[in-house]
Write a protein that binds this ligand. Structure first.
Ligand code: NAG
Ligand code: NAG
Ligand code: NAG
Ligand code: NAG
Ligand code: NAG
Ligand code: NAG
Length: 467
């Protein structure tokens, strides 16, 4: 989650040096195990294990760091000839990597650092902020460009930030940076570049200048899409539990199309929220009335074990219920009062692991359950009996507050049980081809039984659940 950015009218000159190369690529190129197939590129995700938050351990006072694991998902990206694992983040819109000039925090980094030999420094600072009011982190560095490749798709002059100061958990995950897959308007790098150009050119801006700048300084995938380099302006992510067998156990990122064998009609498609001027979504430019800024979709209602949960009393009922779909979030975050309500229904912060609970989000009229196995985490080392829920409280939306309007952030526990397709739509003809998200549940109908089996197996063997 980012701090909301401000928009100022500006002008931009365009350079499309990469477009021709992109469009001319053919179907047999592969990099880092990625396969280019008809209708898209498909590459495996790698799972990174990081120690649980210290807060959880302080809460229980028992588990040592490293006994249990949070999970982040990463892909390999190539920048200036260096291969770097980066965290896949649909909740932000910037690409950054740790520079080898980074000291302090980076001295403990057990990962490849980016050598900025081929970095074209723009002399612009970037500070990218993550999290909510309680869990804020930052990454600071310099904006520049270099050749960036993902799955054999290369953009020669892709802007990103070479970071030399951060307190994000990226260093602990043994990743080298974050790969934001959100919309250009939410990109700190795009905004900084745009404002800088405006100062230099002193021109007024049209919405078309804003939109065409996406093809220059936009984030990697939206930029590819806006340059016409993708068969379809979309990507899809499948984390674990992909019962439709699309990428082994670790998941897959597909760019430019759905994963092989998945039919569009089998997904439930819902529109992405657009923000109006009143909601601080975009500029004074009235020709663009509303624009998407995050992968945020409407939620009909939320259910626990089949019972509809009350709506939060902490935010205006005039804000329609919505959720951010966020691969960069290892939990399910929601309104404090509703999260407390769920904890009470579960009988407190800790409960028996063997009793399966199903938290489900009704989206587009269909139920999307969190797999009971992904809903819980074991709180005590060597004891597969006591569990907690993978839930956390987050800030509530405020009408006219200039922030996001979503109440829920659905992270990896949700995404492990769903195939999610993120469709940018048309950047120029937004109303004719609007952005949307398609979801397909992959939670097996006997998930609760599978949880109980896993618990009893783990208990007999004295194993931890992650084991
Ligand atoms: C496709 O790309 C491969 C590898 O780059 C190349 O060997 C092949 O000749 C290309 N085929 C066509 C039809 O361009
Ligand atoms: C660094 O990571 C490698 C595996 O990627 C591991 O073998 C090694 O022990 C790690 N070193 C430290 C100091 O954690
Ligand atoms: C990161 O730094 C910011 C600013 O100093 C601070 O507010 C935040 O709590 C820090 N976060 C962590 C996880 O250390
Ligand atoms: C980061 O890089 C910038 C520009 O090279 C430099 O001014 C700054 O001191 C560096 N910060 C750290 C913490 O190394
Ligand atoms: C998938 O199908 C739905 C309904 O059939 C359609 O509205 C949507 O545009 C399609 N999505 C994509 C990405 O083609
Ligand atoms: C909510 O909407 C109603 C009806 O449009 C309006 O009367 C009320 O003032 C709104 N409340 C807030 C907090 O905006």
């Amino acid at each position: 989650m980012h701090k909301r950015i401000r928009f100022i009218l500006a002008a931009f000159n365009l350079l499309y040096s990469a477009a021709a190369e992109l469009v001319s690529r053919n179907s047999s190129y592969s990099l880092h195990g990625a396969k280019r197939m008809q209708g898209g590129l498909h590459l495996p995700l790698s799972r990174r294990l990081i120690p649980k938050r210290i807060a959880l351990n302080a809460d229980t006072g028992v588990a040592g760091l490293g006994d249990f694991f949070d999970v982040t998902y990463s892909v390999l990206i190539d920048i200036g000839g260096t291969t770097l694992p980066v965290v896949l983040d649909t909740g932000s819109s910037d690409l950054w990597v740790l520079s080898n000039t980074c000291q302090g925090t980076c001295s403990s980094a057990n990962t490849t650092l980016y050598p900025p030999n081929t970095f074209h420094d723009m002399g612009l600072d970037a500070t990218i902020v993550y999290g909510d009011s309680k869990t804020g982190t930052y990454a600071r560095g310099i904006i520049g460009y270099d050749a960036v490749s993902l799955a054999g798709l290369t953009l020669q002059d892709q802007y990103f930030a070479a970071i030399n100061d951060t307190n994000t958990s990226v260093v602990q995950t043994r990743c080298s940076g974050i790969f934001g897959l959100g919309f250009p308007l939410n990109s700190v790098i795009w905004t900084d570049m745009f404002l800088n150009q405006r100062q230099q050119k002193r021109r007024t801006t049209t919405s078309s200048a804003i939109i065409s700048s996406f093809g220059v300084s936009g984030p990697f995938i939206p930029r590819l899409a806006s340059l016409g380099g993708l068969a379809s302006p979309m990507f899809a992510i499948a984390l674990q539990r992909d019962t439709i067998e699309i990428g082994g156990n670790e998941g897959m990122l597909s760019i430019g199309g759905l994963p092989p064998g998945v039919q569009n009609e089998s997904l439930t498609w819902v529109p992405v929220r657009k923000y109006t001027l009143q909601q601080d979504g975009l500029t004074q430019d009235t020709s663009l009335e509303a624009y998407p800024i995050a992968w945020e979709i409407p939620v009909d209602d939320v259910f626990l074990d089949g019972v509809k949960l009350p709506r939060s009393q902490l935010s205006s009922s005039n804000i329609s219920l919505s959720a951010l779909i966020d691969t960069g979030n290892s939990l399910i975050r929601g309104p404090p009062d509703v999260i407390s309500y769920i904890q009470n229904m579960l009988g407190g912060p800790h409960f028996a692991c063997s009793i399966s609970h199903t938290l489900a989000f009704q989206i587009g009229g269909r139920m999307f359950p969190v797999d009971p196995r992904d809903f819980i985490n074991q709180v005590r080392s060597g004891n597969a009996q006591v569990c907690g829920a993978n839930l956390a409280q987050t800030d509530v939306p405020v009408l006219g507050g200039g922030g996001y309007l979503y109440s829920w952030s659905l992270g990896d526990p949700f995404l492990k049980g769903v195939l999610a397709a993120f469709y940018y739509g048309s950047f120029t003809e937004l109303s004719q081809d609007p952005p949307r998200i398609g979801l397909l549940s992959t939670v097996p109908s006997d998930a609760g039984q599978r949880l109980e089996d896993a618990i009893s197996a783990a208990s007999e063997e004295q194993y931890d659940l992650p084991g």
